[in-house]
Design a protein around this ligand. Structure first.
Ligand code: PEP
Ligand code: MG
Length: 581
């Protein structure tokens, strides 16, 4: 009988294969006292296990294939650093000597202490690091307990075509999975923002995480379907269901290769309207994907990544090194670097900034507000962007604007840096375009005012929708209201585009809505002419653009903007998205 299990789909795509169940979290830690003369021997046993764990990670790091995203090595480095941290190495030894307990027990005591300390923290970043502590300590415990490595953990052997089912996976596991030819994975724990999830997405492995008791419900060797799009795992599927998913997987592969042919085609509608297709990028892997999809530049470079997974503020040199890589990857194409947007859904450590972690962070100190309040956070970044402007076609974009005064203040900071660089003879582009994101309804209603003070605008629908319908975008209970087709939202987007057009200010959209093929025709009909989308969606959007005619779309959208009848509105929206699966 087919069973369906639900979790969070963390990377798009469908995988079919036999289940490979990893039963390894049963780390039975025996607790016993060690006789006084044996204590130092036990300390040495612990040191040797830590050393072996480090060696294992170093070997894995050395085996990372050259085409693997650079960021992945950084995750392994974090684990290596943790194995050098006295809290993980010296403290268990102190416990061992003090209590004369065995090495495993000392390590377990320290893990329990750290995990409960992490659980109590208000700081979302540090709370999330609890998983890293677990992964690292379990690695050492397995060595102490002489646990044979799970098959996917050893360098030898192949698990070609299998689907891994585990309690949890570390970033190192995700890398090994790819090297072993594993086609998908299911875990009982872990969330969509964990390091493991990020790595799996970068590697393009379909996966579903947070499926409780998956290893109890699924049997080793049984045929599995992992639907990373919907977050569903199907066990023991019958031939009918298997056939359905096989077709979906194959169709998807065919669609991907058909779309690849569109890479060089111009993004022009059937009635000759040219559309600018830019990419939203964050990691190095996205740069490669964007170029492969034929993006005409970067419409949104999210820089928050640099502020995460660390306890200090990133330096100007670090920012500059990143921007240099970005500019070199896109040569003479425009790259839009967004200034820090930390806070709300993008938390950092409290030591980077303590202001962002308030009760209602979506409405609190985030993005440009935080940068203006704490210039020590913003200035190294602004200095680096201004310096990087000498290297290519750099545009600076300010997120979460709610008042034009914020633009004036940001311009003041930027002009100060430019004046200093002129005095010091540091090369930069004095005419670097400065743009802003329309994410707050008040800013949309005054988009013509913003257009007077900015060189370009970009609609951030992810936030605009949450503020327009008054819901928190990370709160699942109200996510049913998160609807780009809310008539009020559609009217707001229309207002933004009309105001920008009237002021002759270029306007793009870089929220997820721009990359969702179901809305491409609506946006064309609203007059949007520049889309910035995740590179994996760029060709799908381009396909719809090349198959659409703008003039009839404008008419349909015009009717939708005028009607007050929700049934009619929905009909018109359906007619726009028809034929997009
Ligand atoms: C948005 O809000 O639409 C946007 C692009 O920014 P982010 O998702 O990074 O908040
Ligand atoms: Mg936003």
């Amino acid at each position: 009988m087919t069973i369906a299990l639900h979790g969070s789909g963390i990377s798009r795509g469908i995988a079919l294969g036999a289940a490979h169940i990893v039963q390894r979290n049963a780390l039975e830690v025996l607790e016993y006292a060690v006789a006084e003369p044996d204590v130092e021997g036990e300390v040495e046993r612990l040191s040797a296990a830590v050393e072996e764990a480090k060696q294992g990670l170093r070997e894995l790091r050395a085996r990372i294939p050259p085409n693997t995203p650079a960021d992945i090595a950084a995750f392994l480095d974090t684990h290596l650093l943790m194995l050098e941290d006295p809290t993980l190495t010296d403290e268990p030894k102190r416990l061992l000597r003090e209590r004369r307990c065995n090495a495993e027990w000392a390590l377990k005591l320290q893990r329990d202490a750290l995990v409960s300390a992490f659980d109590r923290m208000n700081d979302a970043y540090l709370r999330a690091r609890r998983d890293d502590v677990d992964h690292v300590i379990n690695r050492v415990l397995r060595i102490l307990l002489n646990h044979a490595p799970a098959k996917h953990e050893s360098a030898e052997g192949s698990l070609e075509g299998l689907i891994l089912v585990a309690d949890d996976l570390s970033p190192a596991d995700a890398l090994l999975m790819q090297q072993h030819g594993i086609v998908g994975f299911v875990t009982e724990y872990g969330g969509p923002t964990s390091h493991t999830a990020i790595i799996a997405r970068s590697l393009g492995l379909p996966g579903v995480v947070g499926v409780p008791h998956a290893r109890q419900y699924l049997r080793d060797g049984e045929p599995l379907i992992v639907d990373g799009d919907e977050g569903v795992v199907l066990g023991d599927a019958d031939t009918l269901i298997l056939g359905y998913y096989r077709t979906r997987r194959d169709d998807r592969q065919k669609r991907v290769s058909r779309l690849a042919k569109l890479k060089r085609a111009p993004a022009v509608t059937l009635d000759g309207v040219p559309i600018e297709l830019l990419a939203n990028v964050e990691l190095q892997t996205d740069f490669d994907l964007a170029r492969a999809a034929g993006a005409r530049g970067v419409g949104l470079y999210r820089t928050e990544f640099l502020y995460m997974n660390r306890l200090d503020v990133p330096s100007e040199a670090e920012h500059f090194a990143l921007y240099k890589r970005l500019i070199e990857a896109f040569r003479q194409q425009p790259v839009t670097i967004r200034t820090l947007d930390i806070g709300a859904d993008k938390q950092t450590s409290a030591s980077v900034s303590s202001r962002a972690n308030t009760i209602n962070p979506a409405l609190g100190m985030r993005a440009v507000r935080l940068g203006l309040k704490e210039p020590e956070l913003a200035l190294p970044q602004l200095r680096a962007i201004v310096r990087a402007s000498a290297l290519g076609c750099v545009r600076l974009m300010i997120p979460m604007l709610s008042h034009v005064d914020e633009v004036a203040q940001m311009r003041g900071l930027i002009q100060g840096i430019q004046a200093e660089y002129v005095a010091q003879g540091i090369p930069h582009d004095p005419d670097m375009p400065i743009g802003g994101m329309l994410e707050v309804p008040a800013a949309v209603m005054f988009a013509d005012g913003f257009a007077r003070t900015l060189d370009f605008l970009s609609i951030g629908t992810n936030d605009l929708i949450q503020y327009a319908v008054a819901i928190d975008r990370v709160n699942e209970e109200v996510s049913y209201l998160y609807d780009p087709l809310n008539p009020g939202v559609v009217r707001l987007i229309d207002t933004a585009i009309r105001h920008a057009d009237a002021a002759e200010c270029p306007i793009a959209m870089c929220g997820e809505m721009a990359g969702d093929p179901r809305y491409t025709r609506l946006l064309l009909g609203l007059g949007l002419r520049a889309f910035s989308v995740h590179p994996s969606l760029l060709l799908e959007v381009k396909q719809i653009i090349t198959e659409s005619e703008v003039a009839p779309l404008r008419k349909i959208v015009g009717k939708a903007l005028r009607t007050t009848d929700i049934v009619r509105f929905r009909e018109l929206m359906r007619s726009l998205s028809a034929s997009v699966d």
